[in-house]
Design a protein around this ligand. Sequence first.
Ligand code: SAM
Length: 274
Amino acid sequence: MRIKEALAQARQLLSWVENPQKEAALLLCAHLHEERPWLLLHEEDELKEAQGYFALVSRRQEHEPLEYILGYASFYSRDFCVHSGVLVPRPETELLVDEALALLKGCDAPRIVEVGVGSGIISVMLALLLPKAQIVATDISQAALANAQENCVRFGVQERVQLVHGAYLDGVTGVFDLLVSNPPYIAQSSLLESHVLCEPHTALFGGARGDEMLVELIWRASQINIAAIACEMGYDQRASMTQALARVGATTISFYHDLAGLDRGFSATLKEKK
Ligand SMILES: C[S@@+](CC[C@H](N)C(=O)[O-])C[C@H]1O[C@@H](n2cnc3c(N)ncnc32)[C@H](O)[C@@H]1O
């Protein structure tokens, strides 16, 4: 079978995805360890080990996220390793990185703590964009911490990102300019698509209402020396976040929107400790 025939067949098998042509090509690149321009120049070539390619296509047909099959996900124009058992980076989380950068403007060597590091996209990007930043990042998942460590090494920031196995801020000491987090915030009863349900549920569901972990995080952040907080949240969580932030005396509370115009996160200044 020639490469162009294999691609045509895969496109048909993947007709249910948003962009079958792109996915068929990306899976073939992963199978052949080649870049996309190479495919265009070699369409007439015979495809070696076609069954290996169609094994990848059939994983996708089973609704496994494309990023798990490819082993990477694009975030902030970089390719991050991502493995099954760890949340796939979402494009809207780039907005949280932008929010953190805006809050830290003028801070030469910021000290940052991230809760729920996952694949490491937020901490690694902040370390890359703020070359003097020191970051501590926690997660309850060993799979996530291993994936984050891989990305820290991949981008050469492992000296400035300390990974801690633990819940919330357990085991974290010191004074921080910013707490940043994209915690699980989906309500337990939400109906999710099957490819999303392939991702770890501890990374998706925040509790019965969904906002439980965010509320707890705001409370815990208020108990130690953290100057500001920025978090991603659900589109319908503005009221409960406003309440939780007001309860701990937070000021300059503001919400940001995603590209669909929905509430997607907040930032606030926390009370200074004596
Ligand atoms: C929505 S994912 C975010 C991952 C990554 N920061 C990102 O934006 O792609 C939430 C992460 O929080 C972790 N997590 C869940 N509960 C936690 C807790 N109580 N303390 C610390 N991390 C937690 C999960 O294991 C998961 O890696």
